[in-house]
Design a protein around this ligand. Sequence first.
Ligand code: TRH
Length: 390
Amino acid sequence: MSVQKRWDLFCHVVDNLGDIGFAWRLARQLVAEQAQQVRLFLDDFAAFAHICPQVQPKAAEQTIAGVQIVQWARQSQATPGDVVIELFGCNLSEAYIAQIAKARIPPVWLNLEHLSAEGWVDHHHLKPSPQPGGIVKHFFYPGFTAETGGLLRERGLTQQRDAWQMQPAARRIALRTLGLPPPPEHALTVLLFSYARPQLDGWLSAMAADPRPTALWVCPGPSLQAISAWLDMDLLNGQVTSRGSLTICAVPYVAQERFDELLWAADVCIVRGEDSFVRAQWAAKPFIWHIYPQEDGAHHRKIDAFLDRYLADAERELRDAVIHLWAAWNRGLDLAPAWTGFIDHLPALRRHAASWARQLEARPDLATQLVDAVARLRGERTTVPVANKG
Ligand code: TRH
């Protein structure tokens, strides 16, 4: 167990749920698994409330799951902790930085960056970034290789997932709690959590016309609007409707601790951003990644880099099926033909996803690596962490 330190995490929400999604998962893990003392400075409580319903949006400070949650503006009067984590390059206030500069023992200051499977990440992880006044900040890069900071993974996650999947009752109860009807017998179940994209109609019509029933669970967000347009009705949270073989359920927001269950219950997961992308991999399910679009097209390079790793040992046909559907999804092309090719390979895709999850699990999780990196930067430790199973 590591020496307890005071951690300050800073989360500026750019958009959507991913910034706070990552911050909240990391903060909870540092407290629950690493016995650290964590303060989370946050600037968007409306986004947080979607994934943590018990939050009090107006409270100056509050403690949930052992994490002290503080309004962003209060950093100006705060004394820095032993560790300062700036998430995704968010800017700290000048007053707080001045306090860092004045500290007798300077805190370890890290900029925790976005996840990417690109090779350059290996060379930038834990590199220093000198700041004015002689302070040094370091980069911390999540990633898929031994040279990076790894991926967030709670202790015992795999065992919890497997135990859940062994019990059909767990799935029934989870769906009932979410207000979702049990899917038709032998139905294909698909979870949809994506950004806006054109051309969903051909895909929806193909599923409606397929002899095999499909249950499509749609998370709140832009895809619900596109689906409502195809249905020619406003599909509201919690509502269910059918067209031919396709049953569509609008899933209300679920607390982050229960988000995994949606993935575990589905046969195919369509996920986005960063955190749900990682959770689909821990769910060991065939999945499609709708990557966060960037103006310069950098997201296409990121997908290619990930697929190079993910499909490195896959059979040719399986590779083609995945590449074809992910390209169609991310480039706004007609999905119907690529979808059929993907679904035809489901059993092999399932085996592949399970083997990929096992490979990733062999590496230490991100929170363990972060705690270790901090100890090493403070000169307290020189060893490299080993994977904590599950
Ligand atoms: O919401 P995202 O698209 O997030 C982001 C942000 O846009 C961010 O600015 C960008 O930098 C990043 O993507 C790449 O997708 P993501 O990362 O999957 O985060 C969603 C979080 O919301 C994740 O923690 C799961 C959680 N969630 C719930 O807890 N309950 C829910 O019902 C839903 C739909 C999501």
